[in-house]
Ligand binder design. Structure first.
Ligand code: SF4
Ligand code: SF4
Length: 58
């Protein structure tokens, strides 16, 4: 399952996009986080990295 983002908690820092080895995360319009379910391998790195605890298992 791809990761789920809590947009209310997300700080739009972009860090998770930087650590994702599958390039599955992007920030639309510079703030709206989108996880591409076709690319996400559910490795969990983004969840470990996120300083806000905003990205979790679906
Ligand atoms: S690392 Fe966390 S706070 Fe930063 S953009 Fe990703 S989900 Fe949002
Ligand atoms: S779980 Fe892994 S592959 Fe999926 S979005 Fe997070 S860092 Fe990228």
């Amino acid at each position: 399952m791809p990761r789920r983002v809590d947009r209310n908690a997300c700080l739009s820092c972009g860090g998770c996009a930087g650590v994702c080895p599958s390039l599955a995360i992007r920030l639309e319009y510079g703030y709206r986080l989108v996880v591409d379910p076709e690319r996400c391998t559910d490795c969990g790195l983004c969840t470990v990295f996120c300083p806000a605890g905003a990205i979790r298992e679906a």
